[in-house]
Design a protein around this ligand. Structure first.
Ligand code: GAF
Length: 398
């Protein structure tokens, strides 16, 4: 559905009505962090926040682009010219996508575009992948390139790797291209096969943005990737997907402690994703919560991509979701802890957002705990979103 105000803005900018609309969502990852570029497993779902691009085809090969979020800025480049990074950060995602399609030999039509997005930026919820996938999907549509969802995701990832210099994996682009309403998607990042896992109707999906500034995120991210590659090379396997804990233990003397722990996270996280997908499918929520809690500890202690603010948010939510009750009449039994949900860091880390799963009745409890404790302890305000798992890329003629 096209917003009237957005359509009017397009007409004001380009003098004629838009002829097509591409929509592509941001994502939250339920489990499987940094496993994608190790050819491992991930289980994200798409959010209701998305990037929309309105467009009309041009007679020449100019891409003429505006963004509602960056008023006064105009990105322009000719498809046939050599493409180098320009002044506008958002424009470089467009250039990167065109550059990859050109390298692959596709002939592209020029277009007028107007972008708008409500994906929170800089919070690890994949606003950049949403833009790449929406634009690649749009060009695929306008020039009838015949690309599959996987192809579109790969173009977006390559744009980011080659043009933006973030050595990201495929998770964000693939879920943005392929997500299914009300489902998480387990992705095998080696062969890109997917398994849609329905989210139980009694479960609420929340995303809580720490608003901690993600300053060094790209360079730290690329360092994690190098450490994983070093560990794989030392074990003589193509990727950490192919390694086991026994293999890692066998080369412990050849690895520094940091590289060892990076690899330990990836190997254990892959197993957790597989177990979490099964638990979710069986609606075995206690098991799912336990696995997700372990995943956060692994990110905190071994992969070291959390910060005090996101660890703090996770603790606040987990404490709010813990029920303590004694085994009545038997004082020799230890106190039992029943968990009513779980929170953990989501996405690339170094700030950003946490994901929290709980039952509907506990949402208010989590919101009130964050309101009471987060700003008081970290001098930051969190943004809390109650989410629904949404659809992936859509392109329509108007
Ligand atoms: C970022 C990257 F873009 C993904 O490819 C993935 O590695 C994620 O961090 C961590 O799981 O979002």
């Amino acid at each position: 559905m096209v917003d009237l105000a957005l359509s009017s803005e397009f007409i004001k900018l380009f003098g004629a009505a838009p002829t097509a609309l591409a929509t592509s969502p941001g994502r939250v990852n339920i489990i499987g962090e940094h496993t994608d570029y190790n050819d491992g497993f991930v289980m994200p779902c798409a959010l209701q926040f998305d990037t929309k691009i309105l467009c009309s085809v041009r007679d020449d090969d100019l891409v003429n682009a505006y963004s509602v979020q960056y008023p006064g800025e105009n990105e322009q480049f000719y498809i046939s010219h050599e493409l180098v990074p320009g002044q506008l950060a958002w424009g470089n995602y467009l250039r990167g996508v065109v550059n990859e399609l050109k390298k692959a030999g596709y002939a592209l039509k020029g277009c007028n575009i107007l972008i708008t997005s409500d994906v929170p930026q800089g919070s690890g919820l994949s606003s950049s992948a949403a833009l790449e996938v929406a634009f690649a999907g749009l060009l695929n549509h306008l020039s009838a390139l015949g690309l599959s969802e996987q192809d579109i995701a790969r173009v977006g990832q390559a744009a980011e790797n080659n043009f933006i210099d973030c050595q990201c994996g495929i998770m964000d682009q693939l879920i943005s291209a392929k997500a299914k309403y009300n489902h998480a998607m387990m992705i095998d990042c080696r062969d890109l096969t997917t398994r849609a896992v329905p989210l139980p109707s009694n479960l609420t999906l929340m995303v809580i943005n720490s608003n901690y500034p993600r300053k060094l995120a790209d360079s730290e991210y690329n360092q994690r990737r190098l450490a994983c590659e070093l560990a794989a090379k030392t074990m003589q396997v193509p990727k950490l997907r192919d390694a086991t804990m026994q293999m890692l233990d066998a080369v412990k003397d050849k690895l520094d402690d940091v590289t060892f722990r990076r690899a330990k996270h990836i190997i254990s996280e892959n197993a957790r994703v597989v177990a979490a997908a099964d638990a979710l499918e069986k609606n075995d929520l206690q098991n799912l919560y336990k696995i997700m809690a372990e995943a956060h500890i692994s990110l905190k202690c071994d992969f070291e991509i959390t910060v005090a603010a996101t660890d703090g948010l996770v603790d606040i939510c987990n404490n709010a979701l813990r029920d303590q009750h004694s085994d009545s009449g038997n004082n020799s039994q230890p106190e039992q802890t029943h968990v009513r949900g779980v929170a953990r860091q989501t996405g690339g880390g170094f700030g950003g957002a946490i994901v929290c799963l709980c039952e509907h009745d506990d949402v208010d409890k989590v919101i009130s705990a964050v309101d009471t404790h987060y700003h008081a302890n970290f001098s930051l305000n969190a943004d809390i979103y109650v989410c629904e798992a949404s659809e992936g890329l859509h392109v329509i003629n108007l």
